[in-house]
Design a protein around this ligand. Structure first.
Ligand code: CTP
Ligand code: CA
Length: 224
């Protein structure tokens, strides 16, 4: 063996990461979206890559740029497109981290032409999108690690714990919008990691790159 090529902790492992928001079309010029910047997911994908994993990053629309080459990048727009790409890549993934802020609802009908301001009010009927994480949670095989995120404003820990069960996760990363400085758009995040045994680990407010390191350390621990 060459001593020059040092073996990294995730060499030989395949990782799948989702990032960013999804955009759900209303008409050719409008969509329903959210404020996710994609920063957290990009930082996790790059950290897993640095640790030696073969990384596929599926991301909704963001202005983030990858700073490393060698990751497989799959851009998507809608929740339906993200579902297709995640489904195609999940079976071969040893580790999957779903940090995307997927839209929960989409317009039931997409107008083929721009909607004109004809009436005083406008109602757009919405339907639920497929829960991507719950879908792959059902397909998870022994040995596969599945990590979800939870964004809560109230009853945070009990809501996050319900998601661990419902989506068959190994652990969940809870971020609370109530925490000052943390959240969707900024460069910092404050998280709690909760595992299947409801064991909680609290982290301080830190940069999203440092948060990605904490999450990946937890992944390394879980793979042992
Ligand atoms: N998620 C997903 N597909 C969806 C919605 C959410 O894969 N259609 C994933 C997110 O990427 C995240 C996790 O599910 O990892 C939890 O997302 P969150 O919005 O906190 O929870 P929901 O299950 O959507 O429930 P709610 O928004 O009602 O709290
Ligand atoms: Ca949601």
């Amino acid at each position: 063996e060459s001593s020059l090529k040092k073996k990294l902790p995730l060499t030989g492992k395949t990782a799948l990461v989702t990032a960013g928001p999804t955009f759900e079309a209303i008409d050719p010029v409008r969509f329903i979206g959210n404020h996710s910047s994609g920063k957290m997911g990009f930082a996790i994908a790059e950290r897993l890559h640095m640790l030696g994993a073969d990384v596929t990053l599926v991301s909704g629309p963001t202005s983030q740029k990858l700073t490393y080459t060698g990751l497989k990048f799959i851009p998507v727009t809608s929740a339906a497109e993200m579902l297709d790409e995640v489904s195609a890549n999940f079976e071969s993934a040893d580790v999957t981290v779903m940090s995307a802020a997927v839209a929960d609802y989409r317009p039931k009908v997409v107008a083929q032409q721009k909607i004109k301001k004809e009436s005083a009010d406008l109602a757009i009927e919405l339907e639920k999108t497929t829960d991507i994480l719950a879908t792959i949670g059902k397909q998870k095989k022994p040995g596969q690690l599945l990590i979800g995120f939870a964004l809560e404003t109230n009853d945070e820990e009990s809501n996050a714990i319900k998601k661990i069960e419902k989506k068959n996760l190994d652990f969940i990363v809870l971020n609370s919008l109530n925490d000052h400085g943390a959240g969707f758009q900024g460069d910092e995040n404050k998280i709690t990691i909760i595992d299947r045994d409801h064991h909680k680990e609290y982290f301080s407010l830190k940069s999203k790159h440092q948060v990605a390191e904490d999450i990946c350390n937890k992944i390394l621990e879980a793979l042992k």
